[in-house]
Design a protein around this ligand. Structure first.
Ligand SMILES: [Zn+2]
Length: 175
């Protein structure tokens, strides 16, 4: 990972050196460029290059673009474990990570066996049932609360009654 900035700095230095050389030996480079791009000396060796292999250079650009796209796709679907190139189709941490079976903490580095799949499925169902049970409890409590308020007990009921009467009086005041 740390090598990347060094490579970038090296490339920038090389580009700067190239430009400096070009400026210093302007005419020479210009002539070299004209010969090598086939601008002058048309029947020379570079004419064949540019009308043959050289004309395919744009296609290499397209191939490069496709390769970049494939690389991005691979980056998207490969295992998120650093340095792993397997396809990661096992979600971990609630979908935060896509991991291969080898790096998924649930599989202990082995391919999930039939027993493990059965056990994890059962655990998942149990967990869901427990969550649904808790949700049901909270729901029951929420339903029980307004019922208690209607019965007229506690300070909540008094406030509720006060607001209700105020609301009822409001239209009459407007008339
Ligand atoms: Zn992996």
């Amino acid at each position: 990972m740390r090598r990347r900035p060094i490579i970038t700095v090296g490339l920038i230095c090389a580009a700067v050196a190239g430009v400096v050389l070009w400026v210093i030996h302007g005419r020479l480079v210009g002539h070299w460029l004209q010969v090598h791009t086939g601008t002058v000396n048309e029947p020379g060796p570079y004419y064949g290059f540019w009308s043959g292999f050289g004309s395919d250079l744009t296609e290499f650009g397209i191939i490069g673009a496709i390769a970049t796209g494939v690389y991005q796709l691979v980056r998207k679907y490969n295992c998120h474990h650093p340095g792993c190139w397997r396809v990661g189709n096992h979600l971990a941490a609630g979908g935060e990570f896509m991991l291969c079976y080898r790096h998924h903490p649930g599989y202990q580095g082995k391919k999930p066996t039939h027993d493990l799949i059965q056990r994890m499925h059962r655990e998942h169902l149990e967990r869901q049932a427990a969550m649904l049970g808790q949700l049901h409890e909270v729901h029951e409590q929420l339903i029980a609360k307004p019922a208690a308020a209607h019965r007229g007990s506690g300070p909540d009921a008094a406030t509720a009654q006060a607001t209700r009467s105020a609301n009822a009086q409001a239209p009459r005041d407007a008339e």
